[in-house]
Design a protein around this ligand. Structure first.
Ligand SMILES: C[S@@+](CC[C@H](N)C(=O)[O-])C[C@H]1O[C@@H](n2cnc3c(N)ncnc32)[C@H](O)[C@@H]1O
Length: 374
């Protein structure tokens, strides 16, 4: 297996570079990779106008939005409602004059106090009272925006502004309420955010390829035709013990009727069936379930890729109290069993792996794995 050390690319497989890039920064998603990563890989693979790329774990649509910038047709798939919504809003086409008209209306409405009854204790604790009242007030106005595309735009702005003005801190897969945080006055804050988003739409030079985002489980991609893609560029959920279930629960309760299915850092629900063995400390049960799920995804990806199509995967090693799982090696094995050839691996991150937060048990490496369907 050819491994090149490319540690200078480590930042590109995180969300950090996106923080400064218009539209990519409309919604902070810790699990995301960057626009620059997708652009780099696209260049490397010779993709351009007219190409077709799939991201089966698309998160907040980094791949689709970058494709839109580069003229590449894209399909994104994610199982969770919130990231799918963010992807759709970020890649939509907008009528700027309409957004400006709606914005004037939204921000000239007179404040009405809505009842906080019916909200969970978590949501009530997550905001200062006056902020939560503002959020509910704007939520009602936004829900009544007639045009669906514009409604999505104002809703995503509201979700991001609300979370910025909350006491919620997301940290290592956990949600914490930190009351000491300084919280900005909400109305002005939300208004500025919408203003900036409108400027972003005005400034962003996009080409006009096809972009679609599906809310679906990538273990079954029956809605996609055989051999339609030139490449897959993706970052599957990480193999680890962190539960993301709670991390987005405030957003989900406030903006998506709390309908979010349990979201975990491993792929699917077959893991749940093995949870008992997890509790007895038998970690490999999770590992096994994770790879069973990945195998199903890989065989779907093999089907939808064209001959000579490329599969590019960001794969991090998993850390368990019992040691580090060399995810990339097992991944490559499964990919080859599924019919892929491995071209190369880039080692992009090397992090110290600890047990109980302090005991060093080795390194957890992160790779970009380049495969091809022969
Ligand atoms: C590491 S994140 C990918 C983030 C993405 N690269 C971005 O830039 O936003 C993995 C994503 O896989 C999604 N996911 C988990 N299980 C899935 C499944 N069975 N099918 C489709 N998506 C799934 C999660 O919701 C999460 O958004």
């Amino acid at each position: 297996m050819m491994v090149e050390e490319r540690l200078e690319l480590g930042r590109l497989v995180t969300f950090i570079p996106n923080k400064r890039i218009p539209i990519h920064n409309w919604f902070y998603y810790k699990e995301a990779f960057s626009r620059d990563f997708v652009a780099l890989v696209s260049r490397q693979l010779g993709l351009g106008e007219g190409s077709w790329v799939l991201d089966p774990f698309c998160g907040v649509g980094t791949t689709q939005l970058t494709g839109k910038e580069l003229g590449i047709n894209t399909v994104g798939v994610d199982v969770a409602e919130l990231p799918v919504f963010a992807s759709q809003v970020k890649t939509a086409n907008y009528d700027v004059e309409q957004l400006k008209r709606i914005s004037e209306k939204v921000f000239s409405e007179k404040f009405r106090r809505l009842s906080l009854g019916g909200l969970s204790r978590l949501v009530r604790r997550a905001f200062p009272k006056h902020v939560l009242e503002d959020v509910l007030f704007f939520r009602e106005i936004v829900e009544n925006i007639e045009d669906e595309t514009a409604r999505g735009f104002f809703k995503l702005g509201l979700i991001s502004a609300a979370m910025k003005a909350s006491y919620v801190v997301k940290n290592g897969g956990l949600l914490r309420i930190v009351k000491e945080r300084n919280v900005p006055p909400f109305r002005k804050f939300y208004r500025n955010r919408i203003k900036r988003m409108i400027k972003d739409v005005e400034a962003f030079k996009m080409l006009n390829p096809k972009v679609t985002t599906f809310k679906a489980d990538s273990r079954n991609l029956r809605f996609l035709e055989d051999e339609m893609f030139d490449a897959v560029i993706t970052s599957p959920p990480y193999l680890n013990k962190i539960e993301y279930t709670k991390v987005y629960s405030v957003e989900n309760e406030l903006f998506f009727k709390g309908s979010e299915p349990m979201l975990r850092s491993y792929i699917g629900d077959s893991v749940r069936r093995t949870e008992d063995s997890e509790n007895t400390g038998n970690m490999p049960a999770i590992v096994k379930a994770y790879f069973q799920d990945l195998r199903r995804v890989l065989s779907e990806l093999h089907r939808v890729l064209k001959k000579n199509g490329a599969g590019v995967f960001v794969i991090a090693q998993g850390v368990f109290p019992t040691g580090v799982v060399e995810t990339e090696k097992i991944f490559v094995e499964i990919a080859e069993e599924t019919g892929f050839e491995t071209e190369r691996l880039w080692l992009v991150n090397r992090r110290v792996a600890t047990r109980d937060r302090v005991v060093k048990i080795g390194y957890a490496d992160e790779y970009v794995v380049f495969t091809r369907k022969p």
